[in-house]
Design a protein around this ligand. Structure first.
Ligand SMILES: [Zn+2]
Length: 222
């Protein structure tokens, strides 16, 4: 491990589901809010390049095809709005049912309040109350963000009918399946550790960057 720029260390990995959407990851010692991980996973291109975002949306929709389900709203976390928008289009193109009177799907994002709780303002809350909601995440390791998001959606009166994460190391959260495009198997050697069990910390190696669903920040200056 070195202090080399993280961007220069990025390797490409492909999902077993598609060779059109690459995941970029850099080996090292990183901290999320809940765990330490040995790869920083960068989903920026999936979230921001429209060709990749559209391919992700197609893969996600295929999971639900033929289920005759209602989808009213897509709640996008971690900057997944572009994928969410294409996903809404896929649902509409494939004739999914919606209870929305305008017969179009809502794509929304919650805010964090001062207590770091997820919230929807009144004008957005109407797209959650009484609605069938798909929750769209970028990366999932512990599932705690999914749990919090589901609690928030439930509080605002919505029903979560599906949970999707572009990358996930877990298959379900509290009995709810987590569908994903990339699994741990697509990133050989990926490990997440409880901070107290982290082998890098045990060797007194510094954390290189703090990471979350939006990306990374390196606070160290050499
Ligand atoms: Zn560590």
């Amino acid at each position: 491990m070195s202090n080399l720029n993280i961007e220069n260390r990025m390797q490409k990995f492909y999902s077993s589901q598609s060779n059109m959407v690459p995941l970029h990851a850099a080996y090292g010692h990183f901290a999320t809010s809940h765990s330490h991980i040995n790869y920083y996973i960068d989903l920026t291109s999936l979230k921001t390049r429209i060709s990749e975002a559209r391919e992700c949306a197609k893969l996600i929709e295929q999971n639900y095809r033929g289920k005759a389900m209602y989808v009213d709203t897509i709640v996008c976390m971690d900057g997944t709005e572009t994928v969410g928008t294409y996903l809404a289009q896929e649902f509409e193109d494939h004739g999914y049912l919606t209870t929305n009177k305008h017969e179009s799907i809502y794509v929304v994002t919650p805010e964090y309040n001062r207590n770091n709780q997820l919230m929807f303002r009144d004008n957005i809350a109407t797209t959650i109350k009484g609605k069938n909601v798909i929750l769209l995440m970028a990366t999932t390791t512990t599932g705690r963000t999914i749990t919090r998001s589901m609690e928030c959606i439930s509080y605002y009166g919505g029903t979560v009918v599906g949970v999707d994460s572009l990358f996930s190391t877990i298959k379900e959260v509290n009995g709810t399946p987590v569908n994903c495009i990339f699994t741990k198997d697509d990133l050989p050697g990926y490990e997440a550790y409880e901070p107290q069990d982290c082998p890098f910390c045990a060797r007194k190696m510094q954390i290189e960057a703090l990471v979350n669903g939006f990306g990374y920040s390196q606070y160290m200056a050499f």
